[in-house]
Design a protein around this ligand. Sequence first.
Ligand code: NDP
Ligand code: MG
Length: 330
Amino acid sequence: MAAKIYYEDDANPEALRGQKIAVIGYGSQGHAQAQNLNDSGLDVVVGLREGDPDVGAARDAGLEVATVEEAARSADIIMMLIPDDQQAKVYRDSIRPGLKSGNALFFAHGFNIHFDQITPPDDVDVIMVAPKAPGVMVRKTYVEGNGVPCLLAIEQDYTGKAHERGLAYARGLGATRAGVLETTFAEETETDLFGEQAVLCGGASELIKAGFDTLVEAGYQPEIAYFECLHELKLIVDLIHYHGISGMRARVSDTAEYGDLTRGKRVISPAVRAEMRAMLEEIQTGKFATEWVLENQANRASFKALERLEAAHPLEELGERLRSMMKWLD
Ligand code: NDP
Ligand code: MG
């Protein structure tokens, strides 16, 4: 079933009239969303920790700033734009106490709601507006008169206006200029985790290392292996990004395309696909979420150790040296 997509005319800006929006956090998404909403004529207050160095930057951008508690208490709409692993604690300590009936809690990612780290009371709306781009792009495209696509999901509709409120918020970001796709907290969270684990981060970095190790173990020079298996990946990904997989194949040599068509399925073998399904199941059952929440409670002992081990891979030191030869990469 194709996703439902909303545009500018589908949104009703009146749905947020007279409502104050607290944007909690002024990082990647926070700085962009607060400024876009403010420039769209909405009533915005930025909630920041006491002594946060970003207070000055937010004020310089013409925004009202308050502590997280004050901002949340004074607002009708509260958007959580601090790191996902901090949200449950900040919600409990600084947001929940000031929540009022009919308020709306907004998120830009579904993890904390879908996996029950935050359990809002029944008498608020729970809404996700998730830009499909980093904050700099959310801001840049808005200033240029465009926007980035967003996902919209409603977890809880107490007021009966959650959908309208979500769409009006997305409009304030500029997202309805590009398209707002309807989804659910479950779908956004599970696909986001799966994508980063299997393809974008986990899959891609292991694919690079496996290719590099194979060449180096066979006696080829590591520098050559680096260029083949890591550096050139960007060229291919850019072609896929702009032209799709067939478009990429049309733009590489016929030799490369024949190798792709006949050998690719041996890399991503049926066993690898089975493993992907197993990883997806760990996400769906909450096994991964529980592991990650406990890992944070354990002060990230495994996380930090794994980072250290991975940083010792020969690719890292070599890559640093080779990238310093390529001044244009700065
Ligand atoms: P950032 O890491 O950029 O946000 C950091 C902000 O949160 C800073 O203002 C920081 O303040 C503040 N902060 C951190 N810890 C606390 C705390 N304990 N109490 C109060 N404030 C705190 O986050 P992102 O913008 O990357 O992510 C925000 C949300 O948006 C997440 O849910 C994420 O999944 C989602 N998202 C992110 C995207 C992205 O491109 N980054 C894209 C789509 C969704 P200080 O400067 O003082 O540390
Ligand atoms: Mg993501």
